[in-house]
Design a protein around this ligand. Structure first.
Ligand code: CP
Length: 333
């Protein structure tokens, strides 16, 4: 295929997604058709995710991260660079931007959107961040807001599932963590799975079950959704042996006096390497494991890293392609 044919093909794919100029604050800002359009575009872009395709030369992305990040910020910045654009990054806005001089987030976004063609922002206060996005004069991507949502993490994990199984519909996926209140990635993933027709299982403590506002949205898709509470490690491993994927959203671990109790709770949600290998041997079935990362020492059995079930590092490569796809769809070509 010639370069010109590639550009013509990409332009048509981008236009068909019909997301140019829009914001992405929730997985639900996308229709299923748009999600599959982004998947197809990402697959087309995969050959360039380690090289470059200069289709966005002259365009600028601003990444404003009010909370720490390795993956989200760097994969967006990589994706923009691969597309030929450039990046302005603010990783310590509380210290080094005019937020430190009591500028409001709304003013900051209004100003930065005059420089940038697209903004990615991570912020601890979901309401404040959502309100400020209304002042932007360019498309804005939520790079995780508070405890609410992390839509592009879900998008990349859904894309990884789609690339692994060739579908999302009908897959049995268990989103598992002791605290589904604070798991913004778990919220976005559960919503994305539900809307694409997967069978959704939510394993958590009863005390920290998924918030009602997220559950209500999941139920709107009228698919299979089931909660499972307070399993011990043996019960949990039995439960996930029936799944196509177990999805472990990283979430904030308490510090200080509560840390030990938390570690004990986390042990109940430890995926055993033996479960993956036994299921493979006895049922000829791979239970894929996704952890959204970062993970803490002891949180996972590291033998899974080199097992057939590992999907979390494979997802890192896919994250660049799907973020290239999203940036193109939002900026346009
Ligand atoms: N998964 C994720 O959001 O990782 P970072 O916090 O490193 O961006």
């Amino acid at each position: 295929m010639s370069v010109q044919t590639n550009i013509t093909t990409l332009k048509k794919m981008v236009e068909d997604i019909q997301f140019s100029g829009r914001h992405l604050l929730s997985v639900n800002d996308l229709t299923n058709q748009q999600i599959y359009g982004l998947f197809e575009l990402a697959k087309t872009l995969e050959p360039w995710n380690r090289s470059g395709l200069n289709v966005l030369q002259g365009n600028v992305m601003a990444t404003l991260f009010f909370q720490p990040s390795t993956r989200t910020r760097m994969s967006f910045e990589t994706a923009m660079a691969r597309l030929g654009g450039s990046v302005l990054t603010e990783t310590t806005p509380l210290i080094s931007s005019s937020i430190a001089k009591e500028e409001t987030l709304a003013d900051m976004i209004k100003v930065v959107s005059q420089y940038a063609n697209i903004i990615v922002i991570r912020h601890p206060d979901a309401d404040e961040a959502t309100g400020a996005v209304a002042y932007a004069d360019c498309p804005v991507i939520c790079g995780a807001f508070g405890h609410r949502e992390h839509p592009t993490q879900a998008l990349l994990d859904l894309y990884t599932l789609w690339r692994t199984y060739g579908r999302v519909e009908g897959l049995k996926v268990c989103v598992a963590t002791p605290d589904l209140v604070a798991a913004r990635t778990g919220h976005s993933m559960a919503l994305g799975l539900a809307r694409l027709g997967a069978r959704v299982y939510l394993a958590s403590t009863r005390a920290n079950r998924i918030p009602k506002e997220i559950m209500d949205k999941i139920k709107q898709f009228k698919g299979h959704v089931e909660e499972a509470f307070d399993m011990n490690q043996a019960q949990f491993n039995e439960f996930i042996s029936e799944m196509d994927e177990v999805y472990l959203p990283g979430c904030s671990a308490p510090k200080g006096g509560e840390a030990d109790a938390w570690k004990k709770l986390m042990e109940d949600y430890l995926v055993r390497y033996e479960t993956i290998m036994k299921t493979l041997k006895e049922k000829n079935k791979i239970v894929y494991v996704t952890h959204t990362l970062p993970r803490r020492p002891g949180e996972m059995d590291l033998r899974i890293d080199t097992s057939p079930g590992e999907l979390y590092f494979k997802a890192i490569a896919y994250s660049v392609s799907i973020r290239m796809s999203l940036i193109l769809a939002m900026i346009g070509l």
